[in-house]
Design a protein around this ligand. Structure first.
Ligand SMILES: NC(=O)C1=CN([C@@H]2O[C@H](COP(=O)(O)OP(=O)(O)OC[C@H]3O[C@@H](n4cnc5c(N)ncnc54)[C@H](OP(=O)(O)O)[C@@H]3O)[C@@H](O)[C@H]2O)C=CC1
Ligand SMILES: Cc1cn([C@H]2C[C@H](O)[C@@H](COP(=O)(O)OP(=O)(O)O[C@H]3O[C@@H](C)C(=O)[C@@H](O)[C@H]3O)O2)c(=O)[nH]c1=O
Length: 297
């Protein structure tokens, strides 16, 4: 199977490249080869490819900055994915796109199902939702994988922020009223490969699916687990969203119901604490006894 992927240096793209299964060849297009600021150029690449599956792992992901960069983030997150989806539909090539928990308004405490009403609270979420709508309108065979709170050893993410701040300070104030499922980029990559295999064999499948690590936690609990596993003694004070003002609003409830992914693709929610341990190991941030396996994740 040949996969053409938009994105090369992001968290998910990096893991896709590293984790390609035997028999899968992946061509990853970075910004110099495929700039999502040029949706027509991206569509042209799809028109000319001989790939069996197209994956989009590139996006504008700076949540607070997107409040200022509304036009740019909309081109990258909405117009480019729609153009890629249109070209893929015309060519009859299955298309897999990644989206986010931030398409929801975060109300309630029930895990969001793929068909639940979207009402994004911030510009990033609105552009990601418009991207979803463009893909839906394109037709063809597509799958949108919504995920949340992505972490890995590379790029920018909450784990790396906590390791940096935790090494500098004795105490951190972290919001405890936003709940979701942290998700390792490596686990997302494995899931996308599973979806790609299934979408190119057997009866036609597609639609919107949810995937996040388990158990659901708030950011403060996530931070405590990071410090515990990394052997840092940084104290975490629970605070409310109101105590940590940011340019972009973030949803209180980011829990994702991942049942349909399990049903259609056989993918279970992975325990993010185990994936976190692997990431910390890769970063060289596990305390020495844990490397021998005595400190459980
Ligand atoms: N990060 C998270 O917590 C979450 C992410 N997602 C979604 O998952 C997907 C992957 O995210 P993740 O791996 O974390 O992303 P990253 O933030 O790690 O990387 C984003 C990638 O997109 C690329 N990119 C940005 N702008 C352009 C452009 N104009 N043309 C080409 N490439 C561009 C970047 O390239 P460059 O390195 O050159 O800047 C980078 O490689 C995205 O769709 C995101 O919305 C969903 C939920 C949570
Ligand atoms: C650094 C820090 C953050 N926070 C809070 C702010 C915020 O509510 C939460 C997470 O902050 P971040 O800015 O790291 O996370 P954020 O960029 O909002 O992460 C999101 O990224 C996009 C791309 C997604 O799609 C989402 O699923 C989600 O992963 O932690 C604190 O409370 N204290 C702190 O010291």
């Amino acid at each position: 199977m040949n996969i053409l992927m938009f994105g090369r240096s992001g968290q998910v793209a990096t893991e896709m490249i590293r984790r390609a299964p035997d028999g899968v060849s992946i061509t990853a297009l970075g910004r110099p080869n495929a700039d999502l600021v040029d949706p027509r150029g991206c569509a042209k690449i799809v028109q000319e490819t001989n790939a069996d599956v197209i994956v989009n792992a590139a996006a504008y992901t700076a949540v607070d900055q997107a409040e200022k960069d509304k036009v740019l983030s909309n081109i990258i997150n909405a117009q480019a994915p729609a153009a890629i989806a249109n070209a893929a539909a015309i060519r009859g090539i299955p298309f897999i796109h990644i989206s986010t928990d931030y398409v929801f308004d975060g109300s309630g405490t029930t895990p969001w199902k793929p068909d639940d009403r979207c009402a994004p609270l911030n510009a990033y979420g609105r552009t990601k939702r418009r991207g979803e709508e463009g893909i839906l309108a394109a037709g063809g065979q597509w799958a949108i994988l919504r995920t949340s709170w992505v972490f890995s050893a590379h790029g920018n993410n909450f784990v790396k922020t906590m390791l940096r701040l935790g090494s500098e300070r004795d105490k951190l104030r972290i919001v405890a009223d936003q709940t979701g499922g942290p998700t390792a980029a490596a686990d997302i990559a494995d899931t996308i490969y599973r979806m790609a295999m299934r979408m190119t064999t057997g009866p036609k499948v597609g639609g919107i699916f949810h995937f996040s690590g388990t158990p659901d936690v708030n950011w403060a609990q996530f931070a405590r687990e990071i410090f515990m596993q990394a052997g840092l003694f940084t104290q975490v004070e629970d605070i409310s969203t109101a105590d940590y003002p940011t340019p972009a609003k973030r949803p209180h409830n980011s829990r994702l119901d991942c049942e349909s992914l399990k049903k259609i693709f056989g993918v279970e929610r992975p325990d993010w604490r185990i994936s976190l341990r692997r990431v910390l190991d890769e970063l060289g941030r596990l305390p020495s006894p844990a490397k021998g396996g005595s400190r459980a994740a």
